[in-house]
Design a protein around this ligand. Structure first.
Ligand code: PLP
Length: 475
């Protein structure tokens, strides 16, 4: 028998599969093209397998019976969003890879109202003429920080670039060598400086810079002194750096403005909540810094944004810089940031309602309570022959390049597997319907309760159950 040709005719045609009742249902919920492409691709795989694996008639019929299921899986995958929610079980609160800060739902109500309606984004309702998109945030930023004026751009990297370009283009800016930072691989102070057109004058050494180093470097060409918060590292040991207060003495002597890139931009004194003291934006303004920049989605706990606060003359000049148009924030950001900043008018409300601050200020007792609830759910729902579940002490991190040395005591669910692959389990959790991002340490999986909300417990339980089954099936 010349088998091969006949075998290929056993594969159903695209049109036949389209008639299948399950596939018909798919067509109601997604674009036809996705369904048809998925059918073609699955048929193609089967065709190749017939040749590669020398499938016989029986095997092909068996594969045919599963074909529509494979098509449905493939189509559902193709039709799902690429940007998806995940569960952060890492304990790192401001995790840049998985979205930094969360916005609470009340704030999103405001964003929805603005995004689904026309708004006074750039319209002055009193005068009935064109207004400025920067006006909505300025008053509240001034009120909270004590600065004279404020504006907001796309992110802090853009803020630093705009500040340098406006205040020191084609001139010199003095920075300590100990503060020539790189953040997240693509933000490097010397590179940002070059792009802005300002000339970097680095002074001092990696571990020590003195006020005199700054003073000696001042020339006719000096347009600013820059202080950069060494967000994501600390130089320990034999060190000294020049504080903003000390730099202020030079500022007044030589009349050179002082710029500070604060990075995280914390607006409340975190030491009240058991964390290391982190200089606030208000401190910088009080110390006489002329222009301060910081992120919206780090310790502030709002949307991605770069916030600039300081002397009116500089901020007004920035608003006129053509770069501002390129760095401008959209209405989503403005509405989310305005709603977030309003919460800061009452610190206790900010700490309660802003997820980032809330997670950072959880007490160990509160986290332990959460761990016990999740533990009980796991114990009730998971038949754990091949694994052991325990509550253990551990440490969470702030993340986002903030407080790099701070270790916050926390409680984790620790999973130990017997004769099963931990890396495969971690991967299965990561690829679950709602991905669960965990920490692996010494062949164990850690699930940190600090960054998991109560409404996510069920996802965690189901995800662990599903993933265990998956890897048990494979082993
Ligand atoms: C994080 C950080 C930046 C970059 O801020 P983005 O908002 O991510 O652009 C710049 N400078 C410092 C000191 C930082 O910590």
């Amino acid at each position: 028998m010349s088998k091969n040709k006949n075998l290929y005719t056993l594969i159903p045609k695209v049109d036949e599969l389209l008639e299948n009742a399950n596939i018909q249902e798919l067509l109601n919920s997604m674009p036809r093209k996705i369904v048809v492409d998925s059918i073609r691709e699955e048929i193609d795989i089967l065709r190749k397998d017939i040749r590669k694996l020398s499938l016989d008639e029986e095997q092909i019929i068996e594969r045919n019976n599963r074909l529509y299921e494979m098509v449905m899986d493939r189509a559902n995958k193709k039709n799902s969003y690429k940007l998806r929610r995940v569960v952060n079980a890492t304990g790192t609160v401001i995790h840049t890879n998985i979205g930094r800060s969360l916005i609470n739902e009340e704030i999103m109500d405001n964003v929805k109202e603005i995004a689904t309606n026309y708004s006074n984004l750039e319209y002055d309702l009193e005068k009935g003429e064109r207004g400025s998109r920067y006006s909505h945030l300025e008053d509240i930023l001034v009120e909270i920080t004590g600065g004279e004026a404020a504006m907001v751009v796309n992110n802090n990297a853009a803020a630093v670039m705009l500040v340098l370009s406006t205040m020191a283009k084609d001139s010199e800016v003095i920075v300590s060598r100990g503060e020539l930072i790189e953040i997240g691989g693509s933000f490097r102070i010397p590179d940002v400086m070059e792009q802005s057109g300002a000339h970097l004058v680095a002074v001092g050494t990696t571990n020590k810079t003195h006020l005199g180093d700054f003073e000696n470097a001042i020339t006719e060409e000096t347009k600013a002194l820059l202080k950069v918060h060494t967000s994501n590292y600390r130089i320990l040991g034999f060190t000294s750096s020049v504080s903003a207060e000390e730099l202020y003495t030079l500022k007044s002597k030589y009349n050179i403005p002082l710029i500070e890139d604060l990075g995280s931009g914390v607006l409340v004194d975190l030491s009240k909540y058991g964390l290391e003291y982190e200089p606030t934006v208000q401190d910088s303004i009080k110390n006489g810094v002329d222009v301060v920049t910081f992120s919206g989605d780090k310790l502030l706990g709002g949307p991605q944004a770069g916030i600039i606060v300081g002397k009116r003359e500089y901020i007004e000049a920035m608003k006129k810089n053509p770069l501002t148009r390129a760095f401008r924030v959209d209405k989503f950001t403005i509405s989310a940031l305005e709603a977030t900043l309003r919460l800061y008018l009452d610190e206790s409300i900010a700490v309660e309602k802003i997820p980032t601050l809330n997670m950072l200020s959880l007490s160990i007792e509160e986290i332990e309570e959460k761990a016990k609830v999740l533990y009980d759910l796991l114990a009730d729902n998971i038949d754990c022959e091949n694994c052991k579940i325990e509550i253990v002490d551990d440490y969470s991190e702030v993340g986002g390049g903030s407080l790099p040395l701070e270790k916050m005591p926390t409680k984790c669910i620790m999973l130990t597997l017997n004769n099963l692959s931990v890396s495969r389990f971690e991967k299965a959790l990561r690829e679950y319907d709602i991905p669960i991002i965990t920490r692996v340490y010494k062949d164990r999986i850690y699930i940190d309760l600090r960054t998991i909300r109560e409404d996510e417990y069920k996802i965690v339980v189901d995800g662990i159950k599903h993933s265990l089954k998956e890897i048990e099936g494979v082993d």
